[in-house]
Design a protein around this ligand. Sequence first.
Ligand SMILES: [Zn+2]
Length: 560
Amino acid sequence: MNDRIRSRALFLFVATATLAGCSAGDDGTREPVALDTPQVEAAIAAITPEAIEHHMSVLADDSLQGRAPGTPGYAGGAGYAEEQLRSLGLAPAGENGAWRQAVPLRQSTVVEDESSMSVWTPIGTSELTYDVDFYLGADPLRATVDIETAPVMFVGFGVSAPALGYDDYAGADVEGKVVMFLSGAPASFPSNERAYYSSGATKTEEALRRGAVGTMTFWAPNDPRLRWDVNAARAKRGAFAWLDEAGRPNRSDEQLSGSASLNHSAVASLFRGAHTSVEDAIAAAEAGTPQAFELATRVSMRTTTRHEDVESWNVVAKLEGSDPELRDEYVTYVAHVDHFGVGVEVDGDDIYNGAHDNASGTSIVLEIARAYTSLPTPPRRSVLFLIVTAEEWGLLGSDYFVQNPTVPRSSLVANFSLDMPFLFHPLRDIVPYGAEHSSMGRSVTAAAEHMGLAIGPDPIPEQVLFIRSDHFSFIRQGIPALFIKSGFETGDERDGGAINTAYRSNVYHTPFDEMGQDFDFGAGADHARVNFLTGYIIAQETARPSWNMGDFFGGLFGGM
Ligand SMILES: [Zn+2]
């Protein structure tokens, strides 16, 4: 361990100790859970790198065609996971005692040659070019929606966070207008709060609440998440929503009549004649200055959408707890097995295998399940293993599960999400997203200590990881959750940060995310172990996990 890591670990230890000390309903009386027992050691030893490699190579094989919801490839991937969970002796916990929970989906795809966008100025209207200047979000409800020469309000990041002393909308009236905002949220926010306010869903909700009729988003030129070609190609696959009993898509709102993603050429057109240049507006946002002003231009958008209903499903398996009092409560593990299927070809390859995203996380959950079933006595609480669909399209399978759970929602006490934990070097330090919000921080600290792993703060807050996987579906329902990722320590001369950046810019969400990469399956086994141990502690403790007193997410979603 080098000095940099030691000081990071100390930082988190102090923060965790301070927050956990004042956590509600958690007065420090949690009994210590022994991890150095032969039973736990044997469970940990049941997890092997070879098994993770094997699962991953099955799930990422070309024959599964990238596991897109509604395809035979998805059925193959989810079927494999179901078979593995069954063979471990787990019980089915889906609908009506089956392994599956049906997740009805609607796929909505923009019909590009019947869709358009134009920018009006007092001296004329200019037509923008699809894919080059912009692409549109599909409308889940209607075949065609129009916005006609609507006024445009630039609203900075489009963030209203009074509790954090920040409001782009202060004094702005956006009723009947299209709001235009920059991707991201102020860098001064704590990492996970920044992630929450960066979410497109959060921003759209805020804009609609204030009466806007459309949204337009763009990335600053230096934003690491700006990959125009990859993002535009991904948009061609359409958007998915889950359907409720009445057949209504989740998060749909008739008020929203258009949503666009803009390239810089379109941003320049829209800023024509504005009293502030786009460069100055970006600089102000990056300096943390809230802003909103009306542009001199107006915008028209026509979105034509093709809809197709698709049947997909989650796989749900259960290990029943051993304590008659606690077995009706569940510690949950989730991994998405879906990926992007077959899409835009890159270098002669059109299969988006998703080896790391997320054959890896699915494989790790299967091995966590193996560890639990290797215990001679199950833990006191029950454990649920969820293999979910349509994460790549908005955390849909997990959101469907928590909104339509197959066990009472109040019995879901904690969640762990395994998604692309970063398997390109040995696991030396972990970044447990969510640890600072609940008593789960203390549990993961104990598990990491047991394994000799350091704990660090988020090294890449600009990637807003806290909202980007299935644990966030649980957080939104007030259920404490952890999303444990690898830190950047490699244990050798390699620079973990550079490896991470290279993966995110060159491989992530492309056909190159396949098995031929230089995976470290031992790191996969260690991820399984630290998630198992942390969950084991929680499953054994008498008190259920609790949000820390005054926590932002506990307050927002947990009624604290
Ligand atoms: Zn992904």
